[in-house]
Design a protein around this ligand. Sequence first.
Ligand code: BEZ
Length: 222
Amino acid sequence: MPPLNLGDEMPNVAIVTNEGSMKMHEFMKDSWIILFSHPRDYTPVCTTELGRAANLAPEFKKRGVKMIALSCDDADSHNGWIKDVQSHANHVGDFPYPIIADDSREIAKSLGMIDPDESAGAGMPLTCRAVMIFGPDKRLKLSMLYPATTGRNFTEILRVVDSLQLTATKKVATPVDWKVGDKCMVVPSVKKEEEAGLFPKGVETLSVPSGKGYLRMTPMPE
Ligand code: BEZ
């Protein structure tokens, strides 16, 4: 299976998790999904990331995003590791998302999540820190790849979810460092004569030396 490109459907692979076995599409149903991979259980950066993700779970839930992690160890190992993660992150209660047990690396390999610079020894590669966000149509909307040595910023991940969900239904794009409530850009495919109907709050066209009116700002649509 070739690695996923934006727009590709998540393959309906069988997954074993610390919460049981299922097919990926059964887990996804018609929800937004975040799948994030980790190199290994009981490693320091991964422990901080899983804890942060657990503490942010209510924010993902508020946005209708189901979370699922993946790490290259088995389900028993995941269950033991979760206790460390919760202790380190001061997370109490049920752990809010399952972790795929990919000890064979089959899923990681098929999704292009392998880090060529990291190895578990004996020829076994490790996964990088991949983030894949899927829409309710099970198609890949966003992908990020970080090496094992660089932890991710989960506040940024929530920010991109906000952008993806807004731009899925409105003809806007979100500019640099955008956050909810900020002005948006009108996408280039919108014609001048369509602006008033699509953007009742108004469109401001910024002037640039080229004289081309492509920098069009509008308040964030409801
Ligand atoms: C970590 O999670 O800290 C880590 C895992 C594998 C390689 C480097 C760092």
